[in-house]
Structure formats: structure tokens, C-alpha cells
Design a protein around this ligand. Structure first.
Ligand code: GLA
Length: 423
């Protein structure tokens, strides 16, 4: 899965820090504002460069940032050649970077403590799938993938710091991959389009880390733009930036991190993917994307077992929901996407079966308090839910969720910018 063991315990984001340490993030019902801590801050920028200097004994050549993401709709559709619609969070992973000419990769994270703290040093020539342990395998994988694709990228020193909540299903590891790929490619003069960069990061995770993920998270981190959700057709890689301005319509989107991750999550992803591929093969199709929405019943009747029918029903209806949400946003009917999001949750819970009691509790509590819509987001088995609500209901619904699941953490968010060079 895409949640790197990339601890956020040293982050400056108050609600993330306290989530890790187990202290209340904000008074119940007062969601912390995620955007507040990501505004350009020259002091923080200087401190970040100084931290690189402290670790590596020289100044960095530059600083880059890449965001985590929330997926608005389109879950597990990416590896079925379907549609997704994520947007970038204001939370980012930053990297201060300088090249080295001795074939050594050194990585350090401000978020790491104890055994995984300190500088991890690797010989660039020794990088190989499966050869690296812990969080460092994500940046190592990216360097490996760049070189494997024939790009002239050598050693480097990288210092990271992240405000993306880890294990929250918000793509902390995609942010780590994308910031590494962007920094190294720009420093070495490698010209990569953003989608190409995302595909390279996905390949690094598939092959080097060994996680069979789709390309949504890396594409979101690399390609999203502020104020927009990104509609991506994963088969054609056609992108559309869709205006998603909640505040203008008096709406809010609440992200609730359950801070639960069920143990079997990682192995389960591969099984779901294999199940979807088996269903497509049984239907004689390249991918479940090729089952038309109005051909669903016929496809279900042709499938040999109940599990394949459930997986297929989720993917086909979920692709349809992405297109419904797109049409509603295009028509300026943002409120009306609420029930579509909620239907997506039911499908993930009942057909794909990747929700969990904590996610269901958040969704049910939000809906009982008249949220416009709510669903789990990301890979499943824990992580985060999103709740669409009226601005006026923000405090009441936030407080109800905090009461129902006291260990959860929540923040209101808006679509932030994609990966970029900061200095
Ligand atoms: C994880 C994967 C993505 C996608 C989602 C589910 O985040 O990394 O590729 O499959 O799960 O939509």
C-alpha cells in the first residue's frame, strides 16, 4: 500500500503532531484548518535549509514540495483502467536536496525517531528491487527507477519533512516519491512530464517496493492544481482539472482520519486487484472498465462466483459515480454530489468489502447529523473518511464525529497545489 513508514511525529502541523502523540488535536468539534500551516513561510524555509546543513554539512541546492491527496470519488478503479477524481491536500512532504558525485545516496527525515532516525546511506549501484528496508526504500526506489529508465541521475543528499498524516490513507508515500522524483529530475536536467513522473513513481513502488498499486496517488501529487479536483481517465491518461471551490458555495469538506489501520490491509490490496483482473478475464475483457454501466446485469449473470460479481459491481458502479460527480460539478451542482459520495461508501462497504467499523461509524454519524454526503477515501481497512457538509453545520457535525470516535482527528480542507519547487 502507499502508506510509507514515514512517521510524522516531528511535523509542525499541530493536529498531525498530536495525532501521533495521542493528545487532543483541537477542541472537539473545532476542526483544525489544514491550510493554515502550509502558507509560504520564509522562516520555516530557512529553518528547513539549516536542518539540511546540520545533517549534511553543506547547503542544499534547492527545496521541493509534493502534497498528499484526498480521493473525492473513484476508489480502486485506477488499476481497472477506470476513472478517478482526487485532489491535492495542502499537507506536503518537503525535500531539501543537493547532488553528490561519488555514487552515494544519503537520505534523512525530520519525522523519523529511534531506529529509523539518522542518515540512511546507500550505494547508488547497489539499489535493486527488494534490497532496501524501511522508509528509505521509497526515495531509493525512485532513484532506481530514474536510472532504470535511462536517466543520468547519480547520488544525492536528501532531507525530508512531512505534514501528510501517515497511515491515514492520504498518500504520504506518494508525496515522498513524487517530491524525490521532481527534485532529482530537475537537478539533473531530466525532462519528465508530470504524468510520466507519476508513472515512474508508480513503477518504483510496484517493482522496487513490491506494492501493486495503481497510478492515482502519484498522479494526484504530481498533477493536481489548486482549487481543482483532477479527473483522470487511467486508460488514456487524459486529465481534466475540474473547478472545486467549496467555500464559494458555502460548503466544507471535512477529512476524518480514524487513526485505525487494520493489519491485513497490505495483502488484501493485491487480492482485490487479482480478483478484479480475474473477473475481467472471465468476461473476456481487457479490464472491468470495459463493462458498460447499462451492461452490468448481463456481466454479473456471466460471472462464475459471488465474489467476482461483488467486485465487478463496485468497479462498474464506481466508474459511473465518477462520471456522475463530474457532470454535477460541471453543472455547478456541488451539493448534489453528496448522495453520490454516500452511495460510493455503501458500495465499498457492501460490495468491495474494504470498509471497517470505524469508517462506517464516521460515515453513519455524519449522515445522522445531516451531512450532505460521506464516504471512506483511499485504499480502505482504516485510514480516512471525507464528509461534505454545509458550512453552518461544520461545528455540530465535527463535534458529533469527535464524540463518536474520540481517537479520530479531523481537519477541513480545500484543494491545494501539486508538486513544485519552493526555492
Ligand atoms: C491506494 C492505491 C491507489 C488506489 C487506491 C484506491 O491508495 O495506491 O492506486 O488504488 O488505493 O482507490
Amino acid at each position: 500500500m502507499t502508506e510509507a513508514a514515514f512517521d510524522t511525529s516531528a511535523t509542525s502541523a499541530a493536529q498531525v503532531t498530536s495525532a501521533v502523540q495521542g493528545t487532543p488535536a483541537a477542541p472537539a468539534g473545532v476542526p483544525a484548518d489544514a491550510s493554515a500551516h502550509e502558507a509560504p513561510d520564509p522562516d520555516a524555509e530557512r529553518a528547513f535549509r539549516d536542518a539540511f546543513q546540520d545533517v549534511f554539512g553543506r547547503p542544499p541546492e534547492g527545496v521541493w514540495a509534493a502534497p498528499g491527496r484526498v480521493n473525492l470519488i473513484g476508489e480502486h478503479t485506477d488499476y481497472n483502467d477506470g476513472y478517478v477524481m482526487p485532489f491535492a491536500l495542502p499537507h506536503t512532504t518537503r525535500a531539501a536536496v543537493a547532488r553528490r558525485d561519488d555514487g552515494v545516496l544519503r537520505v534523512h527525515s525530520a519525522n523519523m525517531r529511534g531506529g529509523e532516525g539518522g542518515v540512511v546511506e546507500l550505494a547508488v549501484d547497489s539499489l535493486a528491487p527488494g534490497a532496501t528496508e524501511g522508509w528509505a526504500r521509497y526515495p531509493a526506489a525512485v532513484l532506481w527507477a530514474l536510472r532504470e529508465s535511462g536517466h543520468p541521475v547519480g547520488g544525492a543528499d536528501l532531507h525530508f519533512a512531512s505534514t501528510v498524516p501517515v497511515g491515514g490513507g492520504l498518500s504520504s508515500s506518494a508525496a515522498l516519491q513524487v517530491v524525490t522524483a521532481l527534485a532529482l529530475s530537475e537537478l539533473h536536467g531530466v525532462e519528465l512530464g508530470r504524468q510520466e513522473l507519476a508513472l515512474l513513481c508508480q513503477r518504483s513502488e510496484n517493482v522496487y517496493v513490491g506494492a501493486p498499486v495503481g497510478v492515482m496517488d502519484q498522479t494526484a501529487s504530481a498533477c493536481c492544481t489548486e482549487g481543482h479536483a483532477l479527473h483522470l481517465d487511467v486508460r488514456t491518461l487524459t486529465q481534466r482539472q475540474v473547478p472545486f471551490d467549496l467555500a464559494a458555495e458555502g460548503l466544507r469538506l471535512l477529512v476524518v482520519d480514524t487513526r485505525v489501520k487494520h493489519a491485513h490491509a497490505d495483502g488484501e490490496y493485491g487480492k482485490l486487484r487479482a480478483g478484479c483482473e480475474a473477473a475481467a478475464a472471465a468476461l473476456g475483457l481487457p479490464a472491468l472498465r470495459d463493462v458498460a454501466y447499462d451492461g452490468l446485469d448481463a456481466a454479473l449473470a456471466a460471472l462464475p462466483d459471488e465474489r467476482l460479481r461483488r467486485l465487478t459491481r463496485h468497479i462498474v458502479t464506481e466508474n459511473h459515480r465518477v462520471e456522475e460527480v463530474l457532470a454535477l460539478l460541471d453543472a455547478g451542482r456541488t451539493r448534489d454530489i453528496g448522495p453520490v459520495l454516500t452511495a460510493g461508501h455503501a458500495s465499498l462497504r457492501d460490495d468491495f468489502r474494504i470498509s471497517c467499523p470505524e469508517l462506517d461509524l464516521v460515515v453513519d454519524t455524519a449522515l445522522a447529523e445531516d451531512a450532505l454526503g460521506a464516504r471512506m477515501t483511499g485504499g480502505g481497512f482504516g485510514g480516512s473518511a471525507i464528509v461534505l457538509l454545509e458550512e453552518a453545520d461544520e461545528e455540530r457535525i465535527g463535534a458529533a464525529i469527535a464524540r463518536a470516535l474520540p481517537r479520530s482527528r479531523q481537519f477541513v480542507t480545500t484543494p491545494g497545489p501539486g508538486a513544485r519547487r519552493l526555492s
